[in-house]
Design a protein around this ligand. Structure first.
Ligand SMILES: Nc1nc2c(ncn2[C@@H]2O[C@H](COP(=O)(O)OP(=O)(O)OP(=O)(O)O)[C@@H](O)[C@H]2O)c(=O)[nH]1
Ligand SMILES: [Mg+2]
Length: 237
């Protein structure tokens, strides 16, 4: 199986996230930026979600890693279009790279594009890659102090997923403390407890995601309709 591997575009620092958003909006594609530490379960989570969402949405995945194409191969094995982005050392993905990769997908036939960001709790939070929304994953074995230590990752997210909850009996992990720390930095953000190993909590999460994706796609359609109406009115004037 041949996987397309593209490299991070480093020569420009210009913020092109608005252009990425425009391209995605025009094609009615919802982009979800999945972030978290190395090994927290980002690929496992996307894989689980593909199973739960693929009946309703046409899905593609951009897999970000410093090197290698292991994750893109995992996704391609599911029959889902996937492109591997290698950042060659950079600890985050930039919008410029997403803009560069989008033409690799048949955007007109996609509804949903997952981007698995580089495993890191720091830099990815600082870069808007043109996403509709962000999901941050924290896993039980990482420890219960991460929200306090890396607040931006948990402040600038639309949802926190606590993964590997099947491991809770084996770790001194204070769930209430994590919830309280998260509430302190992100009072409105939902928190889902899941296990990608047992699928615990995944259906409920997928239900909430479906509503969010539907409303993002509906908004893109409304904006397109408004633009068309505006252009027609301008033609007449
Ligand atoms: N017990 C348990 N293991 C899990 C769970 N989710 C993922 N794993 C395991 O955790 C390891 C890392 O999972 P990945 O999905 O590759 O994690 P990732 O965040 O994509 O990793 P990188 O791409 O390397 O940053 C694998 O061995 C998974 O099988 C879970 O809910 N419970
Ligand atoms: Mg991965």
């Amino acid at each position: 199986m041949e996987i397309k591997v593209l490299h991070q575009v480093m020569e420009w620092n210009e913020d092109v996230s608005a252009q990425v958003k425009r391209t995605l909006g025009e094609n009615k594609v919802c982009l979800v930026n999945v972030m978290g530490s190395p090994g927290c379960g980002k690929t496992s989570f996307i894989t689980e979600l593909i199973g739960l969402l693929r009946e309703e949405f046409s899905i593609g995945v951009i897999e970000g890693d410093i090197a290698g194409q292991i994750d893109a191969e995992r996704i391609a094995a599911l029959g889902i279009p996937s492109v591997q982005l290698n950042t060659d050392g950079a600890c985050h993905i930039e919008a410029m790279s997403i803009q560069h990769i989008l033409p690799q997908f048949d955007l007109g036939s996609l509804d949903l594009l997952f981007v698995e960001n580089i495993g890191n709790l720091v830099c990815p939070a600082e870069f808007d890659i043109g996403e509709n929304f962000r999901i941050t994953i924290l896993s039980v074995p990482e420890g219960d102090d991460k929200v306090k230590k890396y607040p931006l990752m948990f402040t600038d997210t639309d949802c926190l997923v606590l993964n590997k909850c099947d491991m809770l009996p084996y770790f001194d992990f204070d769930l209430q403390a994590v919830e309280a720390d998260y509430r302190a930095v992100n009072p409105e953000g939902p928190l889902f407890q899941v296990s990608c190993r047992t699928s615990q909590g995944m259906e409920a999460l997928a239900g909430r995601l479906k509503s969010r994706i539907r409303s993002e796609l509906a908004r893109a359609s409304e904006e397109e309709a408004a633009e068309t109406a505006g252009a027609k009115a301008a033609e007449k004037a």
